[in-house]
Design a protein around this ligand. Sequence first.
Ligand code: THU
Length: 139
Amino acid sequence: MNQQELLDKAREGLANAYCPYSKFPVSAILVCEDGSVVHGVNVENASYGGTICAERSALCSAVSAGHRKFKSITIVTNLDTPASPCGLCRQFMVEFGNYEVVMGGANGSVEVSTTAKLLPFAFTPASLDEFNSQANNNK
Ligand code: THU
């Protein structure tokens, strides 16, 4: 699927968002390393803090299906301006490496970035690897 097809597919997915409280649907599509695609939507909760964003929802589904490496994530909302992922989702996305982040606005505008650019100076699995390889890590 090319970028426009992914944006269109993601937009179709907005109908599945469960957002009775915010009424702000978000839909995300991951392209996995093997080319398969995995969808996610935001899933809200009456206990508001229990809400999961579309990006994390897609990643949880993908990881549950055995995927660990991704080529891109495409995110759409009904905002004209492409919506940028929240901080928690940036942390969750960069856990799985540096890959493309495509954000689509309802008026057809598109922003393209990467997980690394969206979260500079990130704490990642490499930080823990470095700690584990230090001689003085109090083992
Ligand atoms: N939301 C996402 O799904 N992704 C983001 O990156 C930002 C926010 C959702 C969470 C909540 O259901 C609604 O948008 C309003 O915050």
